[in-house]
Design a protein around this ligand. Structure first.
Ligand SMILES: *Cc1c(COP(=O)(O)O)cnc(C)c1O
Length: 374
């Protein structure tokens, strides 16, 4: 049997436009943080609906510096989902604070505001919602809860460039938004990240933290890091940003085609999108039972797919207590999602025939699963 050309699960764009942008800056000889970074920040701000943006060298650095700039540290708790990439909780630990893991909503895979409210205690300093797979978390409810309890919100928007609620983009609903420009994200700068905010003084603190605590050279004001972005990376980020909207529309139309083809298949739940939310489909994630078998069978058909995330963060080694998950975290929806979630290709490079192959592949695999179960 011949296996057709595999459809990759993700396909980062590095084309001539990116290469020319990088070469232009390399030839200039001015490669470290400079005018390209400043322009990238100014151009990204409208995407995050934010007054200020500060570019850094990764999404993880964005999260880390945002928490540092808020003064969060030892003795503080930060409420996070466990169904996310480890970077979210790592940032909390890196500042010496304690992550408090809460459960997600079944439909959206996103942090459950009721669970957030129940987890608030005297040490709670902030809430870090993740807009998982590109679908906004319930920011209207979360910001109301944060306001009522005097907490900061730091959005992990690493997967959600341009996602919106009732037309208002994610990124500056609370104190800060944190974006990633890793190659597989909706746009990239090779590696890179961005902190978005409406608070000028907070933005200044992040700028200081990014550059050894200096605004004026050798007039260090605070202890800081070197988490700067290069101008080469920023130039790539800028050309990627100019194409983001088109790519997002392509992701959304790919997702609509997958929805139409997959929603009738027994055993498959397509990703629901609540009214008013603009999903930017960093991932197109279905739920299936016998997920690992389905994943392997699709891969054998040349249909790339991936599991984000097979292990909830509270079960990863750095977050265990005496070698086991902390019994404080009872997260049934998180466990269920970790067992059922399966991400299918949705990237802008898919052709119509790729999409049809994905739909047909899932139908065949599910039909055989139903047949063997009966
Ligand atoms: C990618 C990602 C990050 C980290 O971004 P990097 O640029 O890889 O450091 C953080 N949180 C989530 C949810 C992510 O998907």
């Amino acid at each position: 049997m011949t296996v057709p050309t595999p459809i990759p699960a993700a396909k980062p764009v590095i084309d001539e436009t990116d290469i020319e942008a990088a070469v232009r800056v390399l030839r200039s000889g001015m490669v470290v943080q400079g005018p390209e970074v400043k322009a990238f920040e100014d151009e990204f701000a409208p995407v995050a609906n934010a007054a200020h943006c500060v570019a850094v060298n990764s999404g993880t650095s964005a999260l880390h510096l945002a928490l540092l700039a808020l003064g969060i540290g030892p003795g503080d708790e930060v409420i996070v989902p466990s169904f996310t990439f480890a970077a979210t909780a790592n940032a909390v630990r890196l500042v010496g604070a304690d992550p408090v893991f809460v459960d997600i909503q079944r439909d959206t895979f996103n942090i459950d505001p009721a669970a957030v409210e129940a987890a608030i205690g005297p040490r709670t300093a902030a809430i870090m919602p993740v807009h998982l797979y590109g679908l906004p978390a319930d920011l209207p409810r979360l910001t109301a809860i944060a306001e009522q309890h005097g907490l900061a919100i730091v959005e992990d928007a690493a997967q959600a460039h341009g996602a919106a609620i009732d037309g208002r983009q994610v990124g500056a609903w609370g104190q800060a938004g944190c974006f990633s420009f890793y190659p597989t994200k909706n746009m990239h700068s090779l590696e890179g990240g961005m902190v978005s905010t409406n608070d000028a003084e907070f933005a200044r603190q992040v700028r200081l933290l990014r550059n050894q605590g200096m605004e004026q050279r050798y007039a260090n004001e605070i202890v800081g890091t070197n988490t700067r972005l290069t101008d080469v990376a920023a130039a790539i980020g800028r050309t990627q940003l100019s194409r983001l909207h088109g790519w997002t529309e392509q992701r959304r139309s790919n997702a609509a085609a997958l929805d139409a083809g997959l929603s009738g298949i027994t055993g498959v739940t397509v990703p629901p999108v609540p009214d008013g939310l603009r999903h930017v489909y960093h991932q197109y994630t279905i739920r299936v039972v016998e997920r690992d078998a389905v994943s392997a069978k699709l891969a054998a058909l040349g249909i790339g797919n991936a599991v984000y995330y097979p292990t909830p963060v509270h079960r990863l080694r750095p977050f265990l207590v005496d070698g086991a998950a902390d019994p404080r975290w009872q997260l049934p929806e998180t466990e269920r999602a970790a067992a059922e979630a399966l991400s299918l290709p949705v990237h802008p490079a898919l052709s119509d025939s790729d999409i049809q192959r994905i739909i047909d592949g899932v139908a065949v695999v599910e039909a055989s699963a139903v047949a063997s179960a009966s």
